[in-house]
Design a binder for this molecule. Structure first.
Ligand code: CA
Length: 650
C-alpha cells in the first residue's frame, strides 16, 4: 500500500514541475521528497472490532478496483468534505490510498432543462468530465468513460434521446452521434484525460437513444430494433477508434465495453449479445451491473459470467456494484436500498465489506481469467445539500457510500487492499451468529413439511441459507388447533433454529401456489408460452424467491392454469397477488368449477402497485375446479403473478 503512495507522489511532483517541459537550458530542479506532504493513511479499524475481510487467492495485480466518482465535483462544489481518521483529505487521494486504481465517469450530452438550468445528479457534461478525469489521470488512475448518450440518467427503464438529436433522420442521427463522440474523445485527449476504456451506452438492456436504438416496441411505436441499435453502436465505436492515437495497437488502444444491468440474468445477456454478434458489432469487453438485492442470487451471477465469457470469448468487468453499511438515512430523502434479506448481507460496515469482497471474488474466479475487475458505484456520494440525484432533490444512495454521513472513510473502504492475499492475516471461516425463526401454517388434512434450510446470519455479516435438522413433529398437532414451537439443529453451530407451527387453519388447495418450486408444474401454460417465465427478480416478487412473469416484444395471448381435483363440494374463494404496467386487452383471474366461468379483471397500473384480485362465491359441485390467469396483451406489456390461493369458505 505504501508503494502506491510513493508512485503517486512522484507523479504529482513531476506534473507540478513546469520546467520539465521548458527550454533545454533551464536547469531541472532536484526533486525534494521532504517538500511533499505525508502519505494519506488508510482508515483504522476500531481495536474492539472483529472486522475482517478474507483474502482472495489468485487476484491479478492488474485487477480493476474501480470507483464511479461521477458525483465528486458537484459534492465538492457544494462544500462536501472527506476525512480519514479525523484528518481532511482529497477524496481521490483517499480512494487511491485504499487500493482503488480506476475511476469511472458518466457523460451526458446536455444535462440542462429548457431554461438552461443544470439538472443535477452530477451535472456530468463534457466540462465536468474533463475536470474530474484530468485530475484522476494526473494521480495515476486509469479511466473508464461511460457514454449515456442522453441528456440525463439512462438505464434499462429509460434511454431518452438527447434533445438536440430528437427528430433527426437516420443518416443525420448517425452523423451527430459520430461527431459528438469524436469531439468528446478529442477534447479528453487534449486535456491529458484520455479514457482507457469506453462504454457505449449505459445499462443498454433495451438498447439506447430511444426510439432509434430501442430493441422492442410498445403498441404501434416505431423503433429501430436491434438493427438500429447495432448501427448506432458501430458509429460510436468508429468515432472512438478514429480519435484514439493507439487505435492500431490492439493491446494499447481504448477498450470498448457494452454494458447491461441484471448481472444474474443469463437469458438477457444471451439474447442481447447473440443479436449484436450476429450483426458484427465490434467490442472488447462485456460490462455487467450486479446489485445483489436487485439482480438475483450470487450463484446466477457467477453462472452467467462463466457462460457469456466463454460463449462470446470476451473479458468481463462489473461496472456497478454497491451495498449498504446502514439502514439509516442522512438527509430525509428515502434511500433505494431495499432489504438485507434480498441483498444477502447485514446493512453494516462488515456486511458492506463482505458484499464487495464476494463480488470481487466472483469476478476474479471467472474461468480462464476472463474477469478483469469491478467498479463500486459512487463510494463518495455522501449526502450534501446541492448534490442530490436531481437539482433540489436529496440523495438516495448515501447509506451505500464507503464514507459515513460526515464524510469519514469507513473501515469497509479497506476491502480493496485487504482482499490482496499478502496484506491480510489469513482466511477466517465464517460461523453462524444468528438464526432467523420461521413461521408456517398447516390445515388439518395437510402433511407438515418444513423447509430444509433457514436463513442465518454469519460472522462476516452475510445472510445465507443454513441446513437444518428439525426435531420430531408430534402427531397431536394435527388433531388440536394451536401454535406449536419446534427446534432444529444447524450443522457446525450450537445455535438452534426455531419454527412456529400453526395448525388447524384454512387449506390452500392450489399446489405450488407461490411458484416456489422455481417451475410451473402443476400449473399449465397455454398460448404464447415464450412470453411467460418463472422470475427470480427479487425486486419484482411479492413473497418468497419466485413469481410468474410475462412480457414479450410483440402481441401475445396466454393462460396459466391449474386444475384441482378431489375437492369437497362447497363455496370457495380464489385470490392472487398481481402487479404490472397495465394496458392489456385482457388481464383477469378466472375460476371454471362446473357452473359458469367466473372472472375478475385486474387493473394493474404500475411497478410494485400490487393488486389482490379475488373471486368469491365459487360453487364447486363435482369436486373439480380449474383456475388461473388469462392474458391478451400488446408487445411490451408485463406483469408479475405471485401467491395464489383457493380456500374453502363453507
Ligand atoms: Ca437519503
Amino acid at each position: 500500500m505504501r508503494k502506491h503512495i510513493v508512485v503517486l507522489l512522484f507523479v504529482s511532483v513531476l506534473s507540478a514541475t513546469p520546467s520539465a517541459c521548458g527550454p533545454a537550458q533551464t536547469p531541472v530542479p532536484t526533486l525534494t521528497p521532504t517538500a511533499t506532504k505525508e502519505p494519506i493513511p488508510t482508515v483504522s479499524v476500531p481495536e474492539d472490532s472483529d472486522f475482517h475481510v478474507n483474502p482472495i487467492e489468485g487476484l491479478s495485480p492488474d485487477f480493476i478496483m474501480g470507483a464511479d466518482v461521477s458525483m465528486l465535483k458537484q459534492i465538492e462544489d457544494n462544500g462536501g468534505k472527506f476525512y480519514v481518521d479525523g484528518e481532511a483529505a482529497d477524496a481521490l487521494e483517499i480512494l487511491k490510498a485504499h487500493g482503488v486504481n480506476w475511476i469511472r465517469l458518466r457523460i451526458w450530452n446536455d444535462p440542462t432543462d429548457e431554461n438552461g438550468e443544470p439538472l443535477g445528479g452530477g451535472n456530468n457534461d463534457l466540462e465536468t468530465t474533463v475536470a474530474i478525469a484530468a485530475r484522476a489521470k494526473a494521480m495515476g488512475f486509469k479511466f473508464l468513460l461511460d457514454f449515456h448518450y442522453s441528456d440525463w440518467w439512462a438505464d434499462p427503464g429509460k434511454q431518452n434521446m438527447p434533445k438536440a438529436w430528437e427528430g433527426l433522420d437516420s443518416e443525420a442521427l448517425n452523423q451527430a452521434l459520430y461527431d459528438y463522440t469524436a469531439e468528446v474523445i478529442k477534447t479528453l485527449a487534449g486535456e491529458d484525460a484520455m479514457p482507457d476504456m469506453v462504454q457505449i451506452g449505459n445499462e443498454v438492456n433495451s438498447g439506447m437513444m430511444w426510439p432509434a436504438g430501442k430493441t422492442w416496441s410498445e403498441g404501434a411505436e416505431v423503433v429501430g430494433g436491434y438493427d438500429g441499435f447495432a448501427d448506432l453502436l458501430k458509429q460510436s465505436v468508429q468515432a472512438v477508434r478514429d480519435n484514439d492515437p493507439n487505435a492500431a495497437d490492439p493491446e494499447k488502444r481504448v477498450k470498448i465495453i457494452i454494458h447491461l444491468a441484471d448481472g444474474g440474468n443469463n437469458s438477457l445477456y444471451r439474447t442481447m449479445f447473440d443479436e449484436l454478434t450476429a450483426r458484427d458489432v465490434p467490442f472488447d469487453i462485456i460490462g455487467l451491473s450486479y446489485y445483489s438485492y436487485w439482480h438475483g442470487p450470487m450463484e446466477d451471477f457467477i453462472n452467467n459470467m462463466a457462460d457469456i465469457s466463454a460463449r462470446y470469448d470476451k473479458n468481463l468487468v462489473v461496472l456497478e456494484a454497491a451495498y449498504a453499511f446502514t439502514l439509516e438515512d442522512a438527509d430525509g430523502h428515502a434511500n433505494l436500498f431495499p432489504s438485507e434479506e434480498f441483498g444477502g448481507y447485514k446493512a453494516s460496515i462488515q456486511g458492506q465489506a463482505t458484499a464487495v469482497r464476494d463480488v470481487i471474488a466472483a469476478v476474479a474466479h471467472v474461468p480462464n481469467g476472463r474477469g478483469l475487475g469491478i467498479f463500486y458505484w459512487e463510494p463518495e456520494w455522501i449526502a450534501v445539500e446541492g448534490a442530490g440525484w436531481a437539482t433540489a432533490e436529496g440523495n438516495a444512495w448515501e447509506n451505500q457510500a464507503l464514507f459515513d454521513f460526515e464524510g469519514s472513510a469507513l473501515p469497509s473502504l479497506n476491502v480493496f487492499n485487504m482482499v490482496k492475499t499478502d496484506q491480510v492475516d489469513g482466511f477466517i471461516p465464517a460461523t453462524v451468529t444468528e438464526v432467523y425463526p420461521i413461521a408456517v401454517a398447516f390445515a388439518f388434512d395437510e402433511e407438515i413439511v418444513l423447509p430444509t434450510t433457514v436463513k442465518a446470519v454469519y460472522s462476516d455479516d452475510s445472510i445465507r441459507d443454513a441446513d437444518v435438522m428439525w426435531a420430531e413433529i408430534s402427531a397431536e398437532w394435527l388433531e388440536e388447533a394451536g401454535v406449536y414451537e419446534l427446534t432444529g439443529t444447524i450443522e457446525g453451530s450450537d445455535l438452534q433454529a426455531t419454527a412456529s407451527i400453526t395448525t388447524g387453519g384454512d387449506k390452500n388447495y392450489l399446489v405450488n401456489a407461490g411458484f416456489e418450486s422455481g417451475s410451473f408444474s402443476p400449473w399449465v401454460v397455454d398460448g404464447d408460452a415464450g412470453a411467460v417465465d418463472i422470475s427470480n427478480e427479487r425486486q419484482n416478487l411479492h413473497e418468497g424467491k419466485y413469481a410468474v412473469h410475462y412480457w414479450a416484444d410483440e402481441a401475445f395471448a396466454l393462460s396459466v392454469t391449474q386444475t384441482v381435483t378431489g375437492l369437497e363440494n362447497g363455496t370457495y374463494v380464489l385470490s392472487a397477488w398481481i402487479q404490472g404496467g397495465g394496458g392489456e386487452d385482457v388481464l383477469q383471474l378466472f375460476a371454471d368449477c362446473g357452473g359458469e366461468t367466473q372472472t375478475v379483471d385486474v387493473p394493474t397500473n404500475g411497478w410494485l402497485n400490487w393488486y389482490t384480485p379475488t373471486i368469491e362465491n365459487i360453487q364447486v359441485t363435482d369436486g373439480t375446479c380449474t383456475v388461473g390467469m388469462n392474458v391478451v396483451a400488446s408487445g411490451g406489456q408485463w406483469a408479475f403473478l405471485d401467491e395464489t390461493s383457493l380456500y374453502l369458505v363453507e
